[in-house]
Design a protein around this ligand. Structure first.
Ligand SMILES: *Cc1c(COP(=O)(O)O)cnc(C)c1O
Length: 375
C-alpha cells in the first residue's frame, strides 16, 4: 500500500495470521498484497516461526567463516530449487543486495562493464541496482550513478538483440515487471534476451525478487517462459518475512565472481526461516496452488469487473488491474471501507500479490470488494 493510503488513516497492525492482519483496535484486514510479496506462506506461519525461534536460542550468529548446519542445508535446498543448470548460491540480506551482487559477478566473470536493462524496470535502490532501475524520481537526487547502463523497451526483442554487444556484462530483467505495472514478458522477448547474451558471452540475470518462489505458478517465472538464465536473484518472500536475499548462479559465474561478501548474509536465524519457507513451498506444492488460484482470481476479476477497468494482466498470483481512475484512491477505499489491503504499481494499476496460500473464499472477498469500488 502506498504512503498516500497510510497518510489518510494510519493503520497500526499488531498481529497476523494467514492472510489476516489485526490492528490495535482489533479490526481485521485481508492482506491481499502479502506485505509486498514478503509472506508467501501467510502471516504467522508456524513452521517458519518455530525454525527461527529454535535457531535463535541455539546460535544467533557466528562469523560466516565457520560452517553452520542450517546454512549448509539452505545452500542445498536453494541449489536444488534453482532452475536446472544453476547450482551456486550466494546469500545476503535484501533484494537490492542480491542485484548488486549479480551486477558485480557479471562484471567480474565477463570482464565487461555494460549492463542492459529495461524501461519501467525496478531492481532496487542501492547505487548499482538503482542505476538499472528506470524511474527517474528514484534516481535523480543521487546521480551520478554507476555508468554504462542502457535501457531498452520491455518486450522489444529487436532492441534487446541490438543492445547486447561484445562490451556487455549482463542483461537484467524481471520476467514480469512488478513495480513497473505488472507487465509480463513475452516468451519471444525472454528467448531473444537469452540468445543475445549467450552469443555475446554476457550473463542473463532474471530478477525474480517479486516473481519467484511460486508466485507465478512455477517456482521461478523464467521456467514458465522456458528460459534458463545465468543468474536468478531472490529476496522478499524467501524467509517469509525475515530479511534475506540470494543470488543463484551458474558455474561460469561462480568461478569468476571476484571477491564479494556480506557479514550477515546467511546468518543462522534467517537461514533457518528460509530453509523452512522453501521446504514448505515445495512440500506443500504451493506453486501449483498459486497457479490454480491465479486462474481462479483472474477469471473472477474478469467476471466481476469486465469493462469497468482497462486491463487485467499477470500470471499466477501476480495480477495487475489497470483502473480508469487513480489506483491509490482505489487502494485507500478498499482498505478503509472494505478492510482489504492491496498494493499499487504506478498511478493506474492496482497490484494484487496475495500470500500464495490464499483460498477461493479469500479471493472472492477481495474480488467482491474491488467490484464494489470500481465495478
Ligand atoms: C523489491 C524488489 C527489489 C528490491 O528489493 P529490496 O529488498 O527492497 O532491496 C528488486 N527487484 C525487484 C523485482 C523487486 O520487486
Amino acid at each position: 500500500m502506498s504512503d498516500f493510503v497510510y497518510s489518510q488513516k494510519p493503520i497500526q497492525i499488531e498481529s497476523g495470521d494467514g492472510l489476516d492482519l489485526t490492528d490495535s483496535a482489533g479490526t481485521d484486514y485481508l492482506d491481499f498484497g502479502a506485505s509486498y510479496a514478503c509472506v508467501p506462506l501467510g502471516h504467522g506461519h508456524e513452521a517458519v516461526g518455530a525454525a527461527a525461534v529454535d535457531q535463535l536460542s541455539a546460535l544467533t550468529y557466528v562469523q560466516a567463516s565457520y560452517p553452520v548446519a542450517v546454512r549448509d542445508r539452505l545452500y542445498g535446498t536453494l541449489a536444488g530449487a534453482a532452475p536446472d543448470g544453476i547450482d551456486n548460491v550466494w546469500l545476503c540480506n535484501s533484494g537490492t543486495e542480491a542485484v548488486e551482487a549479480a551486477l558485480k559477478f557479471a562484471r567480474a566473470a565477463t570482464g565487461n562493464t555494460k549492463i542492459v536493462s529495461t524501461m519501467q524496470a525496478f531492481h532496487g535502490r542501492t547505487m548499482g541496482a538503482l542505476a538499472t532501475t528506470w524511474k527517474s524520481t528514484y534516481k535523480s537526487p543521487y546521480e551520478p550513478l554507476m555508468p554504462g547502463v542502457e535501457f531498452v523497451p520491455y518486450n522489444d526483442s529487436e532492441a534487446i538483440t541490438e543492445a547486447v554487444d561484445d562490451d556487455t556484462a549482463a542483461v537484467i530483467l524481471e520476467p514480469i515487471q512488478g513495480e513497473g505495472g505488472i507487465n509480463p514478458a513475452s516468451a519471444e522477448f525472454m528467448t531473444a534476451a537469452r540468445e543475445a547474451t549467450e552469443e555475446a558471452g554476457a550473463a542473463l540475470v532474471c530478477d525474480e525478487i517479486q516473481t519467484g518462489l511460486g508466485r507465478t505458478g512455477e517456482l521461478w517465472a523464467c521456467e514458465r517462459a522456458g528460459v534458463v538464465p545465468d543468474m536468478v536473484t531472490s529476496a522478499k518472500g524467501l524467509a517469509n518475512g525475515l530479511p534475506i536475499g540470494a543470488t543463484l548462479c551458474r558455474d561460469w559465474i561462480a568461478e569468476g565472481y571476484g571477491d564479494h561478501a556480506s557479514t550477515f548474509g546467511g546468518n543462522p536465524v534467517v537461514a533457518a526461516a528460509a530453509e523452512a519457507t522453501v521446504s514448505a513451498l515445495q512440500e506443500e506444492s504451493i506453486p501449483a496452488h498459486a497457479d490454480e488460484m491465479g486462474t481462479y482470481l483472474r477469471e473472477a476479476l474478469e467476471a466481476e469487473l469486465g469493462d469497468s477497468v482497462r486491463d487485467i494482466r499477470g500470471d499466477g498470483l501476480m495480477v495487475g488491474v489497470e483502473v480508469k481512475g487513480n489506483a491509490g484512491a482505489v487502494a485507500r477505499e478498499l482498505a478503509m471501507d472494505h478492510r482489504v489491503l492491496v498494493l499499487t504499481a504506478g498511478r493506474t494499476v492496482v497490484r494484487l500479490l496475495p500470500p500464495l496460500v490464499a483460498t477461493e473464499a479469500e479471493i472472492d472477498r477481495a474480488v467482491d470488494a474491488l467490484g464494489t469500488v470500481v465495478g
